[in-house]
Design a protein around this ligand. Sequence first.
Ligand SMILES: [Zn+2]
Ligand SMILES: [Zn+2]
Length: 135
Amino acid sequence: MQKQFTLSVKCPHCGQSFMDEDHYLNGFPAVKVTVETEQEKGILYLCPIYGCFKHVCTIKLKDHEIVTLYCPHCQTSLMREVLCKSCTAPMVGFNINVGGKVNICSRKGCQNHNLVFEDSNDLINLFYDKFDARY
Ligand SMILES: [Zn+2]
Ligand SMILES: [Zn+2]
């Protein structure tokens, strides 16, 4: 059985939350980031459910296009030096509020993503936050 859980994420640079209480996806506050293609810049709202790829974007993204994501607060790039294992596009990194990181592929349509826990306490905190606290 796979349990769905949502992630609250923030900027790895300025620490401000990306969760947008004004925009909901699947009933949860969306993850709001600035998105840039070769042509234009817009806002991208991502579903906060881990493993869900539902998103809303204010600009048109082409299939398989690599986009650059920025923090909407400090405008720092969220691109990491890590490349996607499936398609070699750069990965985008968010910090999880309770600790740890989530990486997603910057190529539209690629569903590669992973959670990174450099500290095992981060993982424990996440599970306490997601499963125990709620029931
Ligand atoms: Zn920032
Ligand atoms: Zn990829």
